[in-house]
Unconditional design. Structure first.
Length: 84
């Protein structure tokens, strides 16, 4: 999940407002917010730049929080290792 909608609403922007700035459609913004559409690192940076333009200093981790690691990870050789 991401925080695009949270930051957009904090700024009082509509999906259409943000879409105009980003050069896409409101539907695309909706899909980015819900995770229905993926994005590459350049588009992530563009969102961060847009929010900075509107006065919110944010990082990629603020906008796209890292997922917590699972307690068990399977190595390529099939052995499981417990994370601490």
């Amino acid at each position: 999940m991401n925080n695009i909608r949270t930051f957009r609403k904090h700024l009082g922007l509509t999906q259409s407002d943000l879409a105009k700035f980003m050069g896409c459609t409101a539907g695309a913004i909706c899909h980015y917010e819900t995770g229905r559409r993926g994005m590459d690192i350049e588009l992530c940076r563009k969102f961060i730049g847009a929010f900075k333009t509107y006065g919110i200093e944010t990082t990629i981790d603020d906008l796209f929080p890292p997922r917590p690691l699972s307690p068990v990870s399977t190595l390529t050789n099939g052995h499981e290792v417990q994370r601490r």
